[in-house]
Design a protein around this ligand. Structure first.
Ligand code: SF4
Ligand code: SF4
Length: 664
């Protein structure tokens, strides 16, 4: 038996490569990095044309996000071919890059550690991840050739890139096999370089040692040239995202998903600008984010506007803006390329933002451009009227604000005047105050709060629109006017806890009012009702025995992460008749009302609510529960406009729960 001296096992770095060739190698790699650096600098100059700031400054956030979205690829995990190939390519590229860097450190550094068990495990690891890398390239090629989804960006440059990556992987293995062959390594050692060994004993059988040595040299040069080519061309192909993606992931400002950035009057006075009309008016971080897009199409696949044939694709907004940025002149007008209809089509449902693996903020981009259109008076028709009414009557329905309590007639609802010692302020919201259908939600909620023994009060005519529709449509100063007035009222009434049946009011009060000094404990009615059910103060025993499904409102589930309380209120877990829709929870699909779309006219074939109603009908449910007055309206219309929908009741969870209480 041969005694194995594992500790002395290693291989010569640059074996078979003459000293002058090593010099040429280093010059080539340095030149390719110089080209890469030069091109990256050109991108940097483009980003620097934007408004200063906009970057996240907390390094702890950078690290958390890089681990979560960069290393662990949180947004990419899915059971799809695209996710699999990305995982293979990403892990392969990462490990091969780290491995090559370690080898350079061992070669150039003061301590040569590339030997013994470290060396053996290194060789095996590099082979395993090399296979993953090549497999990823092959699956990507197959997908592009035969299974390409329409939303996936594609051009001939992608074939070049994938061929280059695959050739890199294959020549790497070839170099390894030829090295094993000409060095005549003992089999036990060669087995650790498993792929090279397999190629050696199959393809290179019968090849002479000297021939193998010459072939090794030739394939090493080919491999080196490919590496240099990859780095030199990296910024001109989709691979640029391996640099810009992590940069944007780290540097995107941290704030709750449903929060838009306030526009300051001083800034407007200083710059004369409202919103964005030219590329350079975006922030530097927003311009960087455009270069992070890899055109994966995930945002487009999730977009309700794209799904209903509207002239909006979030991916195209990003790539169009990137195209304009690359023209080099930051003064180029964005509205010549991105049409107003595109911007108005957005429901601000945030599905695109949630899907994007590199954390691009599509909604911020769209909102900035909308602000410009509104500032220029380019909004007309019903949405413009709704804004006017928010300005004049403090609600988008144009009703006198003194009618705010009409919904409560006969209910003896406590107000801040009759019950100044209230614990919860019941923020009703404009829809539940004025819309006849949604008023029933306000009534049901008030009745449940009373039955549950909650000490609450309403503001009555002191409540005004939160300003949410104004902010989403793009009238930022109208929003701020409402926000400041409401914060003043809430302070005067010493409000600490708020409960509301409207997810849009909930989001604005909770996430956006802190920008104006308003800090409250804000609950959506679902969470408070769920607590009352849990404590036994309300009962949610058995439905009517008919199939029921639930539509998660975007601003409750996706934007604010609340998906359990709605289900708890309707007793989904114990109801054998409960059926989930395919798109539910945080992956819910919009009803079509958000982003001010509630006030836009749209042809029936473009109604998001019809598409969503169809999905609900296909579950076989006879009741569609929801938890938003806007969803309630949209889904009722959707059911009315969809065959089979006439048999489906649309109810708010509060109405459902009220129907389950024992009379008296
Ligand atoms: S927010 Fe929603 S509607 Fe707007 S672009 Fe994104 S996915 Fe489409
Ligand atoms: S914006 Fe994000 S999700 Fe959309 S295509 Fe680009 S990288 Fe993909």
């Amino acid at each position: 038996m041969i005694a194995l001296d594992v500790n002395s096992t290693t291989r010569e770095v640059f074996g078979n490569i003459a000293p002058w060739m090593r010099v040429v190698f280093f010059i080539m790699i340095a030149a390719s990095f110089a080209v890469l650096g030069r091109q990256l600098l050109a991108h940097l100059r483009q980003w620097r044309k934007g408004q200063t700031g906009g970057f996240e400054r907390d390094w702890r956030v950078w690290i958390r996000r890089l681990l979560e979205y960069g290393l662990a690829q949180k947004r990419v995990h899915k059971k799809t071919l695209g996710a699999l190939l990305h995982l293979l390519l990403f892990s392969g590229f990462l490990v091969l890059t780290i491995g090559t860097t370690l080898l350079s450190i061992a070669y150039d550094g003061p301590y040569y550690f590339h030997h013994g068990w470290y060396y053996l495990i290194y060789e095996l690891t590099m082979d395993v991840f090399g296979v993953a890398f090549c497999l990823g390239c092959l699956i990507a090629m197959y997908r592009r050739a035969f299974r390409r989804k329409p939303s996936l960006g594609h051009n001939w440059g992608d074939w070049w890139l994938l061929s280059l990556l695959l050739a890199l992987g294959l020549t790497g293995f070839l170099v390894e096999a030829l090295r094993l062959h000409y060095t005549q390594v003992q089999p036990w050692l060669a087995h650790w370089s498993i792929i090279g060994w397999l190629l050696d004993v199959t393809l290179l059988r019968g090849v002479g040692v000297e021939t193998a040595r010459s072939m090794h040299l030739a394939s090493w040069w080919l491999h080196t040239i490919l590496v240099a080519l990859l780095f030199a061309t990296l910024p001109v192909n989709r691979f640029l995202h391996i640099i810009t993606g992590p940069l944007n992931i780290a540097l995107r400002p941290e704030r709750p998903m449903g929060t838009l950035v306030p526009l300051r009057m001083e800034t407007v006075e200083e710059t004369g600008l409202i919103g964005v009309s030219e590329i350079k008016q975006f922030t530097q971080q927003q311009l960087l984010s455009l270069d992070a897009c890899m055109e994966c199409g995930r945002c487009e696949d999730a977009c309700p506007a794209t799904a209903t044939g509207k002239p909006l694709s979030p991916k195209k907004v990003v790539t169009d803006l990137r195209g304009l940025m690359s023209l080099g002149d930051g003064s180029v007008n964005v509205h010549g390329t991105i049409q107003a209809e595109t911007l108005w089509s957005c429901t601000m449902c945030q599905a695109c933002v949630q899907e994007c693996p590199v954390l691009i903020g599509h909604v911020d981009l769209i909102s900035d451009m909308r602000r410009y259109l509104v500032g220029e008076g380019k909004l007309s028709g019903p949405p413009a009227r709704a804004l006017q009414q928010v300005g004049n009557q403090a609600n988008p329905y144009g009703r006198p604000n003194s009618d705010r309590l009409a919904w409560a007639e006969g209910l003896d609802v406590p107000t801040v005047e009759t019950n100044p010692g209230f614990e919860y302020l019941f923020w009703v919201g404009c829809a539940a105050s004025f819309d006849p259908r949604a008023q029933k939600v306000a009534r049901a909620t008030a009745q449940l709060l009373k039955e549950g023994g909650v000490n609450f009060a309403v503001l009555g005519k002191e409540e005004t629109c939160t300003g949410d529709p104004a902010r989403r449509i793009g009238d930022e100063f109208l929003f701020q006017e409402r926000a400041q007035a409401n914060v003043e009222t809430l302070s005067r009434r010493k409000v600490r806890k708020i409960v509301t049946p409207c997810p849009h009011c909930h989001n604005t009060l909770k996430n956006e009012y802190p920008q104006f000094g308003g800090q409250y404990e804000v609950q959506h009615h679902s969470t408070l009702l769920a607590e009352l059910v849990k404590s036994g103060k309300l009962t949610n025993d058995t439905g009517d025995g008919e199939p029921i499904t639930l539509h998660d409102p975007c601003y409750l589930a996706r934007v604010n992460g609340e998906i359990d309380a709605t289900r708890a209120v309707i007793g989904a877990a114990k109801d054998e008749h409960f059926r989930e829709m395919p798109r539910h929870g945080k992956k819910t699909f919009c009803c079509g009302a958000g982003g001010g779309r509630m006030w836009f006219d749209e042809p029936p074939e473009q109604r998001v609510s019809n598409l969503r109603a169809q999905e609900a009908i296909e579950t076989g449910a006879k009741t569609l529960a929801t938890a938003c007055p806007f969803c309630l309206n949209m889904m009722s219309d959707g059911m009315a406009g969809t065959p089979g929908g006439e048999n489906v009741k649309v109810l708010d969870i509060a109405e459902l729960l009220l129907s389950r209480q024992t009379p008296g």
